[in-house]
Design a protein around this ligand. Structure first.
Ligand code: ADP
Ligand code: ADP
Ligand code: ZN
Length: 220
């Protein structure tokens, strides 16, 4: 049986960290819209060039571009039996597009896990985030340090700070989240899919709560 999960929460809530662990446990892919954009940036594609100015400002990339990119990823065979979506949807039109796309395939989301943290916690997490250039894994200088500074524990890749990790971009991203993404909490609550997770616990404890919720939702 498939397991189709969306992780919702403000930038810095821990979605990427939790999605990696959950995807591994369930054996389904972790699909992160931010990672897809960063692959386009690295490769210098047309989509990457279009997205860069939005990303560096901390604004959302326009819906039609984002929806097309994610829809293509979800149509690949590895997503047939499920996925963990992280960072998408971020607007109501994106959520509606996702609903349509899944309905056309005769499937549906099993749950939307809302990882709840206060804004000051998110800002502290974003301020110390380091990302692996090779595999996209994230670390934190204080809360989740790599074994060797500057080196990814998982793949040995180089850790870097994203070009959109400035205090100004962080504040902008949190504002954009409040305005454009937080309405999805109600959207999915009304759909009966929302599960709230206390994101201010340790990485392990958040994962345990998430795993329990997903087991109920996906029936395993
Ligand atoms: P998001 O994908 O929601 O933006 P990330 O998973 O990238 O969030 O996490 C943001 C930062 O916070 C990273 O540096 C990560 O290592 C750290 N982090 C994630 N979860 C926790 C946690 N439960 N406690 C402390 N730090 C965390
Ligand atoms: P974070 O982990 O800090 O939440 P992401 O890696 O998810 O950030 O996203 C980085 C940037 O990529 C966003 O600030 C935005 O510009 C763009 N982006 C990612 N996902 C979406 C989306 N679903 N819709 C529009 N823009 C997006
Ligand atoms: Zn790595």
């Amino acid at each position: 049986m498939g397991c189709r999960i969306v992780l919702l929460g403000m930038p810095g809530a821990g979605k990427g960290t939790q999605a990696d662990l959950l995807a591994q446990a369930l054996g389904v892919p972790h699909v992160a819209s931010g990672d897809l954009f960063r692959e386009h940036l690295e490769k210098g594609t047309e989509l990457g060039r279009l997205a860069r100015s939005y990303i560096d400002r901390g604004d959302l990339v326009p819906d039609e571009v984002t929806i097309g990119m994610v829809a293509e990823r979800l149509s690949r065979p590895d997503c047939a039996s499920g996925f963990i979506l992280d960072g998408f949807p971020r607007t109501v039109p994106q959520a509606e597009a996702l609903d349509r796309l899944l309905r056309e395939r005769g499937v549906a989301l099993d749950a939307v896990a809302y990882i709840r943290v206060r804004e000051e916690v998110a800002l502290a997490r974003l301020a110390g985030r380091w990302t692996c250039r090779q595999c996209g894994a994230v670390f934190h200088t204080l809360f989740n340090p790599p074994r060797q500074a500057g080196v990814c524990d998982i793949c040995g890749g180089e850790l870097y700070q994203r070009s959109d990790e400035t205090e100004e971009a962080h504040r902008r991203r949190l504002k954009v989240y409040q305005e454009q993404t937080s309405p999805l909490i109600d959207y999915y609550r009304r759909a009966g899919l929302l599960v709230e997770i206390d994101g201010e616990q340790s990485i392990e404890d958040v994962q345990a709560d998430l795993r329990a919720a997903v087991e109920v939702a996906c029936g395993r």
